[in-house]
Design a protein around this ligand. Structure first.
Ligand code: FES
Length: 168
């Protein structure tokens, strides 16, 4: 198995020390390093906390506090199909709550539920995707979609599931 191939639980075999050394360059903030790690792996592995603390001259509690404070940072891989639905004001006024109910019924998952290793679908609430004039908006596996209707969601979700089946 190469480093690029995911394990069955979607986690990635990675040595934390080299990962941190690669990203923690002099002058970088902890946030910038965390973003770089998550951009590479899709999440920030918990075993990077200690090497990050050493590299950034911080305590492990400080590093852990930053990772857990910002909702953006994940400590485990995302599910193969991840939906981030905007539930802020503009989208709410255009029916995002009804869309959320449809998405939960269609996927059999709940928004913001505890994400388990091995789950195939993850639903997450977010608050503004910068598409307020084109609401309701959502991100599906990192791709932005606007003016999403239940029918449009079903088509997008089916296509995303097909991609997961093909690459599995
Ligand atoms: S409020 Fe939903 S994209 Fe801005």
């Amino acid at each position: 198995m190469t480093l690029e191939e995911p394990h069955l639980d979607n986690s990635i075999a990675v040595a934390p020390e080299p990962l941190v050394q690669r990203h923690a360059q002099p002058g970088m903030s902890l946030l910038a390093v965390l973003h770089a790690i998550q951009d590479e792996l899709g999440y920030v592995p918990p075993d990077t906390v200690a090497p990050l603390a050493r590299a950034m001259n911080l305590s492990r509690a400080e590093v852990h506090g930053v990772i857990t404070y910002y909702h953006h940072f994940r400590t485990q891989p995302a599910a193969p199909v991840t939906v981030q639905l905007c539930r802020a004001e503009a989208c709410r006024s255009m029916g995002t709550e009804a869309l959320a109910q449809h998405i939960e019924a269609h996927t059999g998952c709940r928004f913001d539920a505890e994400h388990r290793h091995g789950a195939t679908v993850e639903l997450e609430s977010v608050y503004c995707l910068g598409q307020c004039a084109l609401s309701p908006a959502l991100m599906l596996n990192g791709t932005l979609h606007a003016k999403v209707t239940p029918q449009k969601f079903d088509a997008l979700f089916a296509a995303a599931n097909k991609c997961v089946e093909v690459t599995a």
